[in-house]
Design a protein around this ligand. Structure first.
Ligand code: ADP
Ligand code: MG
Length: 358
């Protein structure tokens, strides 16, 4: 069992509260992701797990064992991926063997572990080659194999692929996800990239200034963000959040941008949140008059065709809204459109930004 438990862990550097009263459990075999902006405490959390930092207050358990007083070497967790570059003068095989040779592991055990990891990463056939003869993707897999060949209880990765170009990043995160599942190991992963967090993690912990704001499966957080902060963290384009008032027919944006016919809207809502994909955009009538029931008028500010979908920025009332439309609809800048949103798709937030149940 290699679950990791934090109870009420706080870590300060001088007057900086790097980790503020963190309590959570990373489950055995879980791909668990810390996600937050720079300086939100992600790396400090990893260093606390590794044992490079000790909590000021609170307790950390790994596999059920309290580790506050246990040295990094005895914790059996491994920070991997600090360096994805391979040694150019060694073959792929020598690269993969290196961490074990360095630790003076017995030869028979080295061969067994290398064969095991090579099979899982499908690199057995290229191990004899030097890095210069490998493709980019192959080099990546050899580097991952070298990182994984140690056999710790849990792996930690601190923003491991942020330096790669976009295409390689996408490929590598798919590899990582598959490898983690096949290895069946606990993996704690840090990223500042929301798409990466959503794509790889079983669960995400969302951080703000050292505080964990929400923990859950990506889809769960996306569909039910606990606050406007979390709502803005996941999703691209991000959720549209507008000040709201109660009107006759339900809720409306404070400046009339959009009306939601939702009698069940919580009375204490002060903001509404609309995901871009939930905003319906219809053509305004040809003669310039509103089509009954089609929604509120908006002017198309800009159109970004992205192939499979199109992002349309709308100027409505005082607000700019972003809508995500499927395909490449025939919409041009400055056109008038009607916008609306299904009441069931609206998120409501109260004073202070907390989500409200409808
Ligand atoms: P992240 O990894 O999310 O960028 P960090 O965990 O590195 O955030 O930092 C959290 C906070 O703790 C930041 O305000 C940072 O400046 C501070 N901090 C981190 N490490 C140290 C340190 N060694 N000394 C002083 N302050 C630190
Ligand atoms: Mg960091």
């Amino acid at each position: 069992m290699a679950n990791i438990v934090f109870s009420n862990v706080t870590k300060r550097y001088g007057s900086t509260l790097a980790v503020d009263d963190a309590s959570f459990t990373v489950n055995d075999n879980e791909f668990f992701c810390f996600f937050g902006p720079p300086l939100s405490g992600k790396s400090t959390l990893l260093r606390l797990i590794l044992g490079l930092e000790v909590p000021d207050t609170g307790e950390i358990l790994i596999g059920g064992r309290p580790v506050n007083a246990v040295s990094p070497a005895e914790r059996n967790v491994a920070m991997v991926f600090q360096n994805l570059a391979l040694f150019p003068h060694m073959s792929a095989l020598e690269n993969v063997r290196f961490p074990l040779v360095e630790r003076r592991i017995a030869e028979a055990e080295i061969e067994k572990r290398v064969a095991d990891v090579a099979a899982k990463l499908h690199i057995g056939h290229i191990l004899h080659k030097p890095p210069a003869q490998l493709s980019g993707g192959e080099r990546q897999r050899v580097a991952i194999a070298r990182a994984l060949v140690r056999d710790p209880a849990a792996y930690l990765m601190d923003d491991p692929i942020s330096a790669l170009d976009a295409r390689l990043r996408e490929e590598t995160r798919v590899e990582l996800k598959r490898i983690q599942r096949e290895l069946g190991k606990t993996l704690v992963y840090v990223t500042h990239d929301q798409e990466e967090a959503m794509s790889v993690a079983d669960r995400i912990a969302i951080l703000e200034n050292g505080r964990i704001r929400q923990i859950g499966a990506p889809a769960e957080i996306y569909d039910r963000p606990a606050s406007t902060y979390v709502a803005r963290m996941l999703g691209s384009p991000m959720m549209n959040i507008l000040a709201s008032v109660r009107g006759e027919g339900g809720v409306e944006a404070a400046d009339g941008t959009i009306r939601i016919a939702d009698k069940a809207a919580p009375a204490d809502a002060v903001e509404i949140g609309l995901r871009p994909e939930d905003i319906k955009v219809r053509p305004w009538s040809d003669d310039g008059r509103a089509v009954a029931g089609a929604g509120r008028p908006a002017r198309v500010f800009e159109v970004e065709p992205l192939g499979g979908y199109t992002v349309v920025t709308l100027a409505a009332g005082q607000a700019r809204l972003r809508a995500l439309l499927r395909g490449q609809p025939d919409i041009r800048p400055d056109a008038m459109v009607a916008i609306s949103c299904e009441p069931a798709r609206v998120h409501y937030f109260g004073q202070g930004g907390g989500a409200l149940a409808r």
